[in-house]
Design a protein around this ligand. Structure first.
Ligand code: PDD
Length: 276
């Protein structure tokens, strides 16, 4: 398998990661997950832009221009003959003796690889079961950082409850899912947490908000409360890998009729039309 290592496409077995890589020791780095449909990286430009923003926020200097990164990732997909799957891309601050402050001399370490993954068609059709749990993450969830312990613990709680996702709330306000954005529909209006420091500014979220506007569904970027979540007519989650998945239950309580709602279905159809 070919992978991206810094500015080279090389064989996976030829790459080693240093024990003093700050991504490994401090979670000091950033990442992106990019969907590939029919051999094409979906919304690649938006993912690269978000990576650049995360890097700037953390003052990680990317060692080469984003245009070069874009063409290397496209070449990676071609070489691995990936048709249906994902690209995982990670940038760490680099390698240096372990000490918290930024090292004076270090160069970002970039890795990128692809893997096959089918679309989650059954979940898209039937919907997902979820739990609601406390959002214990830091206050810069807009940065797609490698520090994912809050998300890992929440997702594990969901899995142990035989659910697919954990919806998070901070002091009773619904923020997002452990690896998805969350929206509700109430009386024909779509509500979702505003794109501020408390959520990841999801690329799928953005696409869905645009589609909603095109379909004439009013959008309010206002966060629902826990109580509003349970009495919503429809709830759905969005992400690169989950696309737009209906939520049919939360903590064992049925949402709406317990089946995917009509506006969620309309948005799913509109999203489907965007897939190459
Ligand atoms: N997760 N919120 C969080 C906390 C996420 O980790 C993600 C993405 C999203 C959705 O963002 P996007 O639509 O840009 O994928 C929202 C990726 C897929 C992951 O960590 O696997």
């Amino acid at each position: 398998m070919t992978i991206l290592f810094n500015d080279q496409l090389t064989e996976r077995n030829d790459v080693t990661i240093d024990i003093e890589d700050r991504g490994y020791q401090f979670g000091d780095g950033i990442y992106e997950v990019i969907r590939v449909y029919n051999g094409k990286a979906f919304y690649l430009e938006e993912h690269i832009k978000r990576l650049v923003r995360s890097a700037n926020e953390l003052r990680i200097a990317l060692p080469y221009h984003e245009d070069r990164l874009t063409s290397l990732l496209e070449e990676l997909v071609t070489r691995n003959q990936l048709i249906e799957g994902n690209i995982y891309l990670q940038v760490s601050r680099g390698v240096a003796p372990r000490s918290h402050p930024f090292p004076e001399h270090s160069k970002a370490v970039i890795i990128g690889y692809t893997f096959d993954a089918p679309r989650p068609l059954s979940l898209l059709e039937k919907g997902v079961a979820t739990i609601l749990t406390e959002d214990i993450r830091w206050l810069r969830c807009d940065i797609k950082s490698l520090n994912l312990l809050g998300a890992v613990l929440a997702k594990q709680e969901a899995v142990e409850a035989s659910c697919q996702e954990a919806i998070l709330h901070r002091n009773g306000t619904v923020t997002e899912g452990s690896s998805t954005n969350v929206a509700i529909i109430k009386e024909g209006i779509l509500y979702t947490h505003p794109a501020n420091n408390l959520i990841l500014h999801g690329i799928t979220r953005n696409v869905i908000l645009e589609l909603a506007r095109e379909l004439g569904i009013p959008v309010r970027e206002e966060a629902p409360t826990k109580e509003e979540l349970f009495v919503a007519d429809e709830v759905f989650i969005t992400s690169t890998t989950m696309e737009i998945a209906p939520v049919i239950s939360i903590d064992g309580k049925t949402i709406g009729s317990g089946t995917p709602g009509p506006l969620t279905r309309q948005l799913q159809e509109a999203f489907e039309a965007k897939i190459p």
